[in-house]
Design a protein. Sequence first.
Length: 119
Amino acid sequence: MANYTFPREVRLLTSRDYDRVFKNPIRVSAPGLLILAVKNNELETPRLGMVIPKKVLKRAVWRNRVKRLVRESFRLSQHTLPQADLVVMAKPKIGDISNADLSTSLKRLWEQISRRLEK
């Protein structure tokens, strides 16, 4: 049975991890979102990092909503994703997107990232 938790091992924690993703990533985007990905053959699971700046979403409540939705989508999709480090970045206009539309966009972006990383 698949383990659908979000433990520490599936998170990007250090600036070194983020820097590695920012150097030469594969990019996929949707309105309000950008996902950067780099293959990571050292680990067995994908890892997630998020960049949700105050400049894009002023209030902490708005930033936390986006983080919760991204974490939940990743948690449910992590077993279909390849071994990669992923960074989800918020872009302007993300605050105008509904929860359902954001979840749909994330599902589609996870599929795109999977296809592009397997090439």
